[in-house]
Design a protein around this ligand. Structure first.
Ligand code: IMP
Ligand code: MG
Length: 182
């Protein structure tokens, strides 16, 4: 097992498995009839996935515009979870097809909030691509699902490929679970 910061990391999704899956996702995305697509990467966790997916989309013949929104969700996964925009996009989404890219869909609070925000601003459509889906964590009042899912994720706290514990482990090229000290 790789050792990072003195901890063993169990690899759940390897760099090569993610790269293969990104190509498949890009193909699925390119098969949709999007018009003038605006991709919005939901920061921070999605920055590596978005960077790889948009390049795979280029290889798949797509040429979207790309934007970023910085969302914070306190207590995501709990009923008290509050979702806020910390830094907004600059683009007008009115009449646009929007694709939100995020790392994980869990309770659904973050992406429900972000999707509804874009729809309230007049987006023509809002689709969702996530690397990981923790379906078992979805809140019962949340009817949200992703249009494009990299992998179904087991119910562990995962790190790597952009995802962190207190800002650490984002640089890992794979997705894994932090095990004990070595
Ligand atoms: P949701 O609002 O409950 O769907 O929260 C999803 C957000 O929580 C994701 O965008 C991640 O930023 C974060 N998150 C959820 N599970 C994990 C995890 O296992 N590792 C790192 N971040 C996570
Ligand atoms: Mg996130």
């Amino acid at each position: 097992m790789p050792v990072v910061r003195g901890k063993e990391i169990e690899v759940l999704f390897s760099a090569s498995a993610i790269a293969r899956r990104n190509l498949e996702l890009a193909k699925e995305i390119s098969e949709r009839e999007y018009d003038d697509l605006l991709v919005i990467s939901v920061l921070k966790g999605s920055f590596i996935f978005a960077a790889d997916l948009i390049r795979a989309m280029h290889d798949g013949g797509l040429s979207p515009e790309v934007e970023f929104i910085f969302i914070s969700s306190y207590g995501a996964g709990t009923t008290s979870g509050e979702v806020k925009v910390l830094r907004d996009i600059d683009n007008d989404v009115k009449g646009r097809d929007v694709l939100l890219i995020d790392d994980i869909l869990e309770s659904g609070k973050t992406l429900t909030f972000t999707r509804d925000l874009m729809l309230s601003r007049g987006a023509k459509s809002v689709s969702i691509a996530v690397l990981l889906d923790k379906r078992m964590r979805r809140q019962s009042d949340s009817a949200i699902d992703a249009d494009f899912v990299g992998f179904e994720c087991p119910d562990y706290f995962v790190v790597g490929y952009g995802m962190d514990v207190a800002h650490a482990f984002r640089e890992l090229p794979f997705v894994g679970v932090v095990k004990g000290d070595v």
